[in-house]
Ligand binder design. Structure first.
Ligand SMILES: NC(=O)C1=CN([C@@H]2O[C@H](COP(=O)(O)OP(=O)(O)OC[C@H]3O[C@@H](n4cnc5c(N)ncnc54)[C@H](O)[C@@H]3O)[C@@H](O)[C@H]2O)C=CC1
Ligand SMILES: O=C(O)CCC(=O)C(=O)O
Length: 306
């Protein structure tokens, strides 16, 4: 029987379909993984479980693990090269959560523009700070996207329909078929935008894409939104920029360390925070779950093992 181990959870419908199809489905906490990994064929994770060399080496003791699936986009929590060298296939679900992350990005843009984050806190403290909370409209402003892949394109479409001008930079260059948006250099996106939103993967080679230099290029009135990965932004440089009024605010879903202990950042009045919930919607998790089922079916049918 093909055994599928789910760490970090998977949508209930997907778990039921897998069981109904005859897979032996186990769910475990990440602390139990090292004990169980030798006895499974498939490992399904989200972002909390780190699949590094020690865990892969444990799996190699039995050579049973054949497939690791990241139920999500970023595979920075998996040592993909080492897994592949060890004969273990790694897959992800790249499109399933794009709309959810795009909507969260817009949510942070609205939050910081209209003080939703801070008035939710102060009103619970019996304060009525109406005069302090004169915000700005998104309409007519410029949104600058760093990275122009699947999520950024969903953000662009929505921002454009709100009356924003959209500019973008991507290491791959200008994208075909998007003439309503302007392609700019990296520095020009930072200089021209009222909102800079990051939609790039985390890379060990280029950790802090946004640091002191980049923040200094932004307008004093601009907002930085990070629903991509912690570590893409230098959190100390961001705090300095916020405290020195170098930028107007930030919306952050992802942190250098998760769960974050950066209390200065999460309690900052100019910052709207969420605990890495970009993909945490009913719809995205259902799509991810169903895609995970398809990946497992395809993999074992392809190998003639099921
Ligand atoms: N907050 C959350 O819960 C979620 C966060 N994410 C993050 O969002 C990231 C983007 O996801 P997608 O749009 O689906 O990926 P994608 O692969 O479709 O797009 C990423 C784009 O960034 C570009 N890029 C890479 N490095 C760059 C750099 N240094 N400067 C400029 N462009 C660069 C690539 O060429 C590509 O076009 C993921 O890698 C993941 O880390 C994804 C899903 C959920
Ligand atoms: O699984 C999650 O909630 C994290 C989503 C994410 O960051 C991703 O898919 O890259």
């Amino acid at each position: 029987m093909i055994r599928v181990l789910i760490s970090d959870g998977l949508d209930d419908i997907a778990v039921k379909i897998l069981s109904d199809k005859g897979y032996d489905v186990l769910e475990c906490e990440k602390e139990e993984l090292l004990d169980i990994i030798r006895n499974v064929d498939v490992l399904v994770v989200r972002s909390a479980t780190k699949v590094r060399k020690p865990l892969i080496d444990k799996a190699l003791e039995s050579k049973r693990l054949k497939l690791i699936i990241r139920g999500g986009v970023g595979v920075d929590n998996i040592d993909v090269e080492y897994a592949k060298e060890s004969g273990i296939e790694v897959r992800n679900t790249p499109t399933a959560s794009s709309i959810s992350v795009a909507e969260l990005t817009l949510s942070h843009m609205f939050a910081v523009s209209r003080f939703l984050h801070i008035s939710n806190v102060t009103m619970r403290d019996n304060k009525w700070e109406k005069k302090k909370y004169e915000g700005v409209e998104l309409f007519g402003k410029t949104l600058g996207l760093i990275g122009f892949g699947r999520i950024a394109r969903e953000v662009a479409k929505r921002a454009y329909s709100l009356g924003m001008d959209v500019i973008y930079y991507d290491i791959l260059g200008k994208a075909d078929g998007y003439d309503e948006y302007e392609y700019c250099s990296f520095d020009d996106v930072l200089k021209k935008s009222d909102y800079v939103s990051l939609h790039i993967p985390y890379s060990n080679d280029k950790r802090n894409v946004i640091g002191e230099r980049e923040l200094s290029l932004m307008k004093d009135t601009a907002f930085l939104i990070n629903c991509a990965r912690g570590g893409v932004v230098d959190e100390n440089a961001l705090l300095d920029a916020l405290n020195n009024n170098k930028i107007a605010g930030a919306g952050i879903d992802v942190f250098e360390e998760e769960p974050t202990k950066n209390e200065q950042l999460i309690n900052h009045p100019k910052v709207s925070v969420t605990p890495h919930i970009g993909a945490s919607t009913v719809e995205a998790q259902k799509r991810i779950g169903l895609e995970v089922v398809d990946i497992i079916d395809d993999f074992f049918n392809r190998k003639g093992l099921f």
